[in-house]
Design a protein around this ligand. Structure first.
Ligand SMILES: [Zn+2]
Length: 196
């Protein structure tokens, strides 16, 4: 299985990882990222690492029926029932999870962003309140620190809480056509490219 990783400027000052489509039924991130890559920005200050589509499946879980956002080797990972939130038979059992764990072990990211739907909020983990407020202003969704339910084995817990990397989880509005939201995402990616 190949996971696409597209890097813009690999000698930037700060490094930002942006991941689309953790959940296959939330496909919008792939569109925003691919449209941004078409612009071909140059002379950017930072390095942007884009994964347009982590999960190639079309429903929430990957092809093995695992919720990738519950499969990370965190202290709170636990075996769960085999529903749409199934965290796998063991932590880091999935190739997609292993890919991200390896990448985060190799590169010291200054920020990590994932794109989900449909809650219309900006959630964050780790030292990321200020960044979440900035993202909130650009995307026009409110900051909500606690998403309201436990997320054992989540990517945010792995990167933000346990590794102290500022981690932002964007939950977009799925009732809007992705095209309507594209301008905001271009502004967001430009912020990470030129300002952050
Ligand atoms: Zn999601």
């Amino acid at each position: 299985m190949d996971i696409d990783l597209k890097i813009i400027n690999n000698s930037g000052l700060r490094k930002i990882l942006i991941v689309g489509v953790f959940h296959g039924d939330e496909p919008q991130g792939e569109y925003f990222i691919n449209e941004y890559l078409k612009i071909k920005r140059n002379k950017i200050k930072n390095s942007l690492y884009f994964i347009p589509r982590l999960n190639k499946n079309n429903n929430r879980t990957n092809k093995n029926g695992v919720d990738l956002n519950r499969n990370f080797p965190t202290k709170n990972w636990k075996k769960s029932k085999q529903d749409d939130y199934f965290g796998g038979l063991r932590p880091s059992s999935e190739l997609e999870t292993k890919f991200l764990v390896k990448l985060i072990g190799e590169i010291n990211f200054d920020a990590i962003v994932t794109i989900h739907a449909p809650y219309k909020i900006i959630n964050f983990d780790g030292p990321a309140l200020g960044l979440a407020q900035k993202v909130s202003k650009i995307l026009q969704y409110p900051v909500q620190e606690d998403i309201g339910y436990p997320t054992p084995g989540s990517f945010g817990t792995y990167c933000g809480i346990e590794r102290k990397i500022p981690t932002i989880t964007i939950e977009i509005d799925e009732n809007k056509a992705p095209k309507e939201l594209l301008g905001r995402f271009i502004n967001l990616f430009d912020y990470f490219a030129f300002e952050y």
